[in-house]
Design a protein around this ligand. Structure first.
Ligand code: UD1
Length: 421
């Protein structure tokens, strides 16, 4: 299995090109199931999760090809509405096929995703949403069996402002009879991007980017061409890499409007940030100031940037507290950061951090996508060499991370660690 070998201590300098958003691309690819035909999707990131969803689409009967960053999806002959356990267990976002399959075929058999590295992640809101639209749901041998005649629009209140449930219900409701109102809907840019794609397919949607999304069902949708937004989490991660290494970088092709809260926190921590025609520039020469964060739904500070902030604060000049209100167990990075010399203590859903002067290289283990990113950041700042094992997690969500970091001057190599897990 692959590992990264990182020698820390080099300030990152230069420009980095931001890829398309993973979390926007995944539901947009599955939304192609809503209407038969050929789609052309631009700015698709080359990632393991994208390959996984492409694999799932092929099982369902679609043709999928990825050339450079354009994906051609042909759903003309998609006719097998199933998502098997083997794929769903590796990527929860596979649940995004449920809404489109149910709306187009009137039936779907999708494996329950189960837990993940940081604890239980239920899909009850997805299921309740489909039931509200008139679907009959049965759970059988680890599978969701869903059936319906034509779905019927309904007013749906989400107890939690779930990104995935909002996306799934929105996709299903596009072909329902009548109007659906999703209340307490997710306002995340990825949901707005999905909604804009559905509108390009002929859907009637209002209220994107707000807590109330209206979807007026239509008789049919049609294929289209579309471009995915830049990845705001990849953007934030490279900014953190520049800051933790006391470097100076420019992000090309990112969307600063999606990063307001994250940029505000970097500024509070002492970074100089300029947003210009050439991109978003961050320079961080001085001491890193301790800054508390609490994750929240968009436009709050994203949970997907929580682990990276803990890494950054581990070398701040003082103490800080990082609290995750979205996922209370998402702290697998904490014991690994301790191995690199960080003074971090988890209690409940908070991490208490006392900044240390220096981190020291050590062998560490990736446990999930964003935890792995935080280990890469810490290793870039640490004195000496760190081996980061099980980096297949990071390949799920960061396109060409070794090449991108190398271009910025980082000393990083990918190697086989010779271990069978
Ligand atoms: C998406 C993102 C993930 C990000 C998360 C929160 C994708 C592919 N993944 O995940 O990177 O960390 O948003 O921004 O876009 N919940 C329920 N019942 C449900 C669904 C969710 O209780 O049926 C809860 C979850 O346990 C969690 C909260 O709602 O506490 C938010 O989860 P949700 O927004 O659904 O996350 P995902 O869509 O799975």
């Amino acid at each position: 299995m692959d590992k990264f070998i990182i020698e820390g201590g080099t300030p990152l300098k230069g420009e980095v090109e931001i890829s398309g958003s993973k979390n926007a691309a995944l539901p947009i690819i599955t939304a192609c199931l809503l209407a038969p035909g050929e789609y052309r999707l631009h700015n698709i990131p080359k990632l393991r999760d994208v390959r996984t969803i492409a694999h799932l689409m092929r099982i369902i009967g679609a043709k999928v090809e990825l050339a450079e960053h354009t994906m051609l999806v042909d759903t003309s002959h998609a006719d097998f509405p199933e998502a098997p356990y083997e794929l769903v267990k590796t990527m929860r976002a596979s649940i995004y096929v449920l809404g489109p399959l149910l709306a187009r075929f009137g039936r779907a058999r999708v494996s329950l995703p189960g837990g993940c590295a940081w604890g239980p992640r239920p899909v009850d809101l997805h299921l309740k949403g489909m039931e509200s639209l008139g679907a009959k749901i049965e759970l059988d041998q680890g599978y969701i069996n869903a059936r319906s005649k034509r779905l019927a629009g309904k007013q749906i209140y989400l107890d939690v402002s779930s990104v995935g449930a909002t996306g799934n219900i929105m996709m299903a409701a596009t072909l329902a009879k009548g109007t659906t109102l999703i209340e307490n809907a997710a306002e995340e840019p990825e949901i707005v991007n999905l909604g804009e794609f559905l509108i390009r397919m002929g859907a009637k949607i209002e209220g994107l980017g707000s807590k109330r999304i209206h979807i007026k069902g239509v008789e049919s949708l049609h294929p289209t061409e579309f471009s995915i937004i830049p990845d705001r989490i990849e953007s934030g991660t490279y900014l953190a890499a520049a800051m933790i290494s006391r470097g100076e970088i420019t992000l090309k092709g990112c969307e600063p409007g999606h990063l307001s809260e994250v940029l505000a926190k970097f500024r509070e921590a002492g970074a100089e940030i300029n947003i210009g025609e050439s991109g978003v520039q961050l320079a961080a020469a001085g001491a890193i100031k301790p800054v508390n964060i609490t994750t929240a739904v968009y436009p709050g500070y994203p949970t997907d940037m929580q682990a990276q902030w803990v890494a950054l604060m581990s070398i701040a000049a003082g103490s800080s507290v990082v609290t995750d209100t979205i996922y209370s167990d998402r702290f697998a990075h904490v014991p690994e950061l301790q191995r690199l010399g960080a003074d971090v203590l988890q209690k409940g859903n908070s991490v208490f951090i006392r900044g240390v002067k220096k981190l020291k290289g050590a062998p560490v283990m990736s446990t999930d996508l964003r935890a792995s990113a935080s280990l890469v950041l810490a290793a870039l700042a640490a004195e000496g060499v760190s081996d980061i094992h099980r980096v297949y997690h990071i390949d799920r969500g960061y396109e060409a991370i070794v090449d991108k970091l190398k271009k910025l001057g980082a000393k990083i190599e990918r190697a086989d660690d010779g271990m069978q897990y």
